[in-house]
Ligand binder design. Structure first.
Ligand code: HEM
Length: 231
């Protein structure tokens, strides 16, 4: 394949700064997602614990201020990453051809990152909009939401996508910035898989707990309704 070796490349400093910002916003979002999963999954231990954590974050205004900031970070991270995403059909065909030609796991991981990013951008924005417009957060309200409409399916799609994006993203940050070297790469690949499987397991259990809670809450509500008089 012909490569244009004379291609002008006069803004290395600006690109380095943007790359660094992309890594930084990505790392912050990875940390946020891990904290978010731990906090939401506290419902597995007890709905009271989840309510207590939500109450703490709301009375300290961390949800009201932090939520929109996460949203902003989410958009900035996407715009920075979009510099390298091929949006045209020709660009996509070239990226696909390169991945097939190189046959390297990390090139495929980059394609995974791009595809998951597009879907997460839409689904994550919908999720944040719905949750942040329905404060306060309570385990009971979350359970009823998860069990209503198509939300359970929505989360069963978003969960693997976000876990894949986060674990691959953490691994790629390590490779790009030199923490993961040729020698320790197999070990970190294993960590990346463990991370994905661990968070997936916790996420799926959380969704099952929400769905079971919603069924129990509906049963209690129905039992509390006065019986209709028989005509
Ligand atoms: C703005 C900050 C956010 C808040 C306050 C928040 C809050 C919540 C809450 C309360 C739930 C429980 C379910 C519900 O109530 O509908 C939940 C679940 C979930 N959220 Fe978020 N979220 C935020 C950001 C995000 C982002 C950025 C993503 C990924 C793009 C995300 C992905 C998920 C997933 C996958 C679940 C299902 C949980 C599981 O299976 O363990 N959230 N979130």
């Amino acid at each position: 394949m012909a490569v244009n070796a004379t291609m002008p490349y006069d803004r290395p400093r600006r690109d380095a700064v943007l790359d660094w910002l992309q890594m930084l916003t990505g790392a912050v979002l990875v940390l946020f997602m891990w904290c978010h999963m731990i906090l939401v999954s506290s419902v597995i231990l007890s709905p009271k614990i989840m309510n207590g954590i939500a109450w703490f974050f709301e009375t300290t205004y961390m949800v009201q201020v932090g939520g929109p900031l996460v949203f902003l970070g989410f958009i900035v991270h996407f715009i920075l990453a979009a510099r390298k995403i091929p949006f045209t059909a020709t660009g996509q065909e070239t990226a696909w051809a390169h991945a097939k030609m190189l046959r390297h796991r990390d090139t495929w991981l980059w394609i995974v990152q791009v595809v998951t990013a597009m879907i997460i951008l839409i689904m994550g924005a919908i999720h944040m909009w719905v949750v942040l417009n329905d404060l306060p957060i309570t385990a009971e309200k979350s359970a009823m939401r998860v069990a209503s409409g198509g939300w359970l399916w929505f989360y069963f799609i978003l969960l693997p996508l976000i876990e894949l994006h986060v674990s691959v993203g953490a691994y790629r940050i390590g490779v790009k910035w030199g923490f993961i070297t040729r020698e320790n790469r197999p070990r970190f690949k294993k960590y990346e898989t463990y991370l994905f499987c661990g968070f997936m397991a916790v996420g799926v259990i959380t969704l099952i707990v929400f769905a079971t809670m919603a069924t129990a809450l509906s049963t209690v509500q129905n039992a509390a309704l006065p019986a209709l008089p028989l005509l």
